[in-house]
Design a protein around this ligand. Sequence first.
Ligand SMILES: Nc1ncnc2c1ncn2[C@@H]1O[C@H](COP(=O)(O)OP(=O)(O)OP(=O)(O)O)[C@@H](O)[C@H]1O
Ligand SMILES: [Mg+2]
Length: 237
Amino acid sequence: MSALLPMRASGVCVHRRGKRLIGPVDLVLDGQGITALIGPNGAGKSTLLKALHGLERLSAGRIDWACPQHEAQQMQAFVFQTPVMLRRSVLDNLMYPLRLARTPRAAARAAAAQWCARIGLEGMEGRLATVLSGGERQKLALARALITSPKLLFLDEPSASLDGSATREIEAILTLATGAGTRIVMATHDMGQARRLAREVVFLRRGEVHEAAPAATFFDAPATRAAAAFLAGDIVD
Ligand SMILES: Nc1ncnc2c1ncn2[C@@H]1O[C@H](COP(=O)(O)OP(=O)(O)OP(=O)(O)O)[C@@H](O)[C@H]1O
Ligand SMILES: [Mg+2]
């Protein structure tokens, strides 16, 4: 398989009804581990994630991958903040992406059962996915995204409104995934989570990258006043 990264976003803008949602954004994505995308509500985190994944029409700029666009698309997965589940069993939800990728049924079923155990849902294989709790649903969505071993995974607030133990489980899955070679870009409001997981931080403000730095640098000595204020818990718009 060809390489996906580096990805280069140059002058990326997304407008909707004459309003600028993000841009211009210049961003390079390379290396391994997790990039935390942080910033105030409405800063454009979700829009940028979707734009990078090809789910938003760009009004300006371009996104270049190390391989052709259609190949790049196949190596990525995206987990929405409120994931949509198929009205089918937990196991069927996990098998679905593999079946789409033409994995034989028996192999897909075995992998799905394995992931079920890994996310602590063993015994729930036959349960309707739509009746799972919020935390169980997030874990299932994550497993469904990771089951095809994507090279790159976009996550929008993977543990918003989850309690401590569900968050810890999600974070353990993410750490496993990066260990297995999946690059992750994740929007989060949880600064503790960003500190625990991220190798680099992109701080978005008013639709633009206000600061991007290695996580240690960003958290210890943010270069901009807005980032420092944001980290201090001040209201930043
Ligand atoms: N479908 C839409 N139509 C019009 N404006 C939109 C749409 N979706 C988002 N926006 C606007 O785009 C801007 C960026 O929104 P976005 O959801 O990307 O921010 P965010 O950083 O993810 O915020 P949050 O922290 O609340 O999740 C906001 O001003 C928002 O109101
Ligand atoms: Mg958002």
